[in-house]
Design a protein. Structure first.
Length: 624
């Protein structure tokens, strides 16, 4: 039996309305268009200003932040907005903000979802379930492209996404149940995501988290992937994944997020190997947050295996923590233990060269035996320099790196020569001796070129760019960064593409090249290298300001500020508050003083005294 046969009265009504075409003007309102129309108007969701008007009309006291939260929860959907208002009106004694905080867990939304769930096609319903586990916008290409890999929610097996999934995504966006963020991400309405997820069986929830972890890991978002592995109960995999990529993730500003995650994991639930990795990564993250007591608690009394290279890292972290607490004797003991462990490891490497040299000696090949001994000496000097550099003893590091360089040059060990030049450039850069740093990076480039190592050459060139930027030599930075960018684009290295494009965007804006700055900032945002996105947004906001697009500039500065807060990047956050305060001041916004004070406080904490004085003078002018 067809739907028309089952509902004859409904069918006759549709036919009657259709027969009125040409005889009477009609306005038809609905979610589906049954007839051809002369004009079709698609209604957008409410924006922030309309949300505030909506609340004011109902005499609901609220702040701008609460109105923004309502917009995030509902996506501007009028029905969901009305529902939130109804919840507030039936909650006497609670503030609007308190009610909003309860919305994701409110049983009032459950009937709405159950009704909606019955009407959605299977593909759309499954896609909403998959999206419900993501804490931040998921990469839209995971479903939009027909050739990408995805994971079946029932089996967690990898399979090829079909066109039906891409169509489902388009339909959900059209229905405004899913929204795009304009930066390549897509997410559910927050008002529904927790309700959808809570209704799923525990086994399906775990499968969905594994699926999300696969997507995040595939795109190099290891902190997010570790979170989903943790939620799926795969604790050891979460620790192993993040431990192996911790340096990149820390550089991307994920330290605070990762620490909050790994503090939740009990050591008792892990194998001995993963226990040590968890202790080490916790200690490293505690050190970054300035918590020496927690560093010590994480690492003290750990029983390390003989020749365990992790003991070197642990001893260095412990020594620094004790040193920060003024416990010099214990710091010295910690460093001594680390040096002893490093010496054991170094001795094993050196021993290999010595034994190889002895074989040559037995064969009366004196020249090869000499080379092996010298390589052993080089390794010892280079390792000692590295230990000093990591311990912050930069002058001692320079002495050993220079000794290693002399040995490598003596035996024409080009790989060692290039590495030593690069190491010397790194130390001089850390000492802010920029001219010397550029000189050594240049020599590293020359040596890499002789060896035919183009990657090493361009990495060294990127080091030169960073020093040009610090020295304000923007024109030279543009030339060097453009050459490095061209190479890394040719090999598809997203990390170095983003690094050099970000430097190009900043250099061009400093030179007044607005169009070029906009181009390179957008290039960074198009790359899957989220560590560079906040800085690209900051530069893009400066571009919009230079283009006299003030409101766009304020919006993008605020986006950069939010990301800086999420990443605990106080350096970028200080500059964001400064620019926001200046724009507010130009617009006679009463919040300007508070924004500038935020910038002053942050620059003081960072000990950038010139900026403190500059902004304080600006703020005082407002007070006069």
């Amino acid at each position: 039996m067809t739907q028309a046969e089952a509902r004859p009265h409904h069918t006759r009504l549709l036919e009657f309305i259709d027969s009125l075409r040409g005889h009477s003007a009609m306005i038809l309102i609905g979610q589906r268009a049954f007839w051809e129309s002369d004009s079709v108007f698609s209604l957008d969701g409410l924006d922030l200003a309309q949300i505030r008007t909506f609340l004011d009309a109902r005499q609901i006291p609220h702040t701008e932040d609460e109105a923004s939260a309502l917009l995030r929860f509902t996506g501007g959907n009028p029905r969901l907005t009305e529902l939130c208002i109804a919840l507030y009106q039936t909650s006497p004694g609670e503030s609007f903000g308190d009610v909003l905080a309860q919305v994701p867990n409110s049983h009032a939304l459950l009937p709405l979802w159950l009704r909606l769930e019955r009407r959605l096609p299977v593909a759309e319903r499954q896609l909403l379930q998959r999206l419900s586990v993501f804490r931040s916008p998921a990469p839209i290409d995971a479903w939009r492209n027909a050739d990408v890999e995805t994971v079946d929610v029932e089996t967690a097996d990898v399979e090829t996404a079909d066109v039906e999934t891409a169509d489902a995504l388009a339909q959900l966006i059209q229905r405004r149940l899913v929204q795009e963020d304009g930066l390549g991400g897509v997410s559910m309405l927050p008002a529904l995501s927790e309700i959808v997820f809570a209704e799923l069986p525990a086994e399906t929830q775990e499968d969905l988290h594994l699926y999300a972890a696969h997507i995040r890991e595939e795109r190099g978002e290891y902190t997010a992937a570790a979170y989903h592995l943790h939620q799926a109960g795969q604790l050891e995999d979460a620790i192993s994944l993040w431990y192996n990529h911790r340096e990149d993730e820390i550089h991307r500003g994920q330290a605070a997020t990762a620490l909050a995650l790994f503090e939740q994991i009990s050591l008792r639930r892990l194998s001995r190997t993963r226990q040590k990795e968890l202790r080490l990564l916790r200690a490293e993250l505690y050190q970054l947050t300035g918590a020496p007591a927690q560093v010590i608690e994480s690492l003290v009394d750990v029983d390390w295996d003989t020749h365990d290279e992790a003991q070197v890292d642990a001893s260095l972290l412990l020594g620094r923590a004790y040193d920060r607490q003024g416990r010099s004797d214990q710091a010295q003991r910690g460093y001594a233990q680390g040096l002893a462990a490093a010496e054991k490891l170094m001795a094993r490497t050196v021993e290999l060269h010595v034994q190889r040299g002895l074989v040559y000696l037995h064969e009366r090949d004196m020249q090869e035996a000499w080379l092996e001994v010298q390589k052993a000496r080089y390794l010892a000097e280079n390792m000692t320099g590295t230990l000093h550099e990591q311990s912050g003893r930069l002058d001692d590091a320079l002495a050993h790196y220079e000794s290693a360089l002399a040995i490598a040059q003596e035996i024409n060990y080009l790989a060692g020569v290039a590495r030593s030049f690069h190491n010397l450039g790194n130390v001089y850069s850390r000492q802010r001796r920029l001219d010397q740093a550029v000189t050594y990076y240049t020599q590293s480039m020359t040596t890499h070129e002789t060896m035919g190592n183009r990657v090493g050459l361009e990495v060294a060139r990127s080091g030169i760019v960073a020093n040009y930027m610090q020295a304000g030599r923007y024109a030279e930075a543009v030339d060097a960064a453009a050459r490095a960018l061209t190479f890394f684009q040719s090999v598809g290295d997203s990390f170095w593409i983003a690094v050099n494009a970000s430097n190009l965007a900043e250099a061009h804006i400093e030179l007044g090249h607005i169009e070029e700055a906009e181009y390179y900032a957008q290039l960074v945002l198009d790359e899957e290298a989220p560590h560079s996105h906040p800085y690209a947004l900051f530069t893009l906001a400066r571009v919009r300001h230079a283009q006299a697009r003030t409101e766009d500039a304020r919006f993008i500065f605020d986006q950069a500020r939010r990301l800086a807060e999420m990443n605990d990047d106080r350096y970028l956050l200080a500059y964001c508050w400064e620019e926001i305060g200046k724009l507010q001041r130009a617009a006679d916004d009463p919040n300007a003083g508070a924004s500038l004070q935020q910038a002053i406080d942050l620059f003081q904490a960072l000990k950038i005294h010139a900026k403190v004085a500059e902004i304080s003078t600006l703020a005082q002018k407002d007070d006069v």
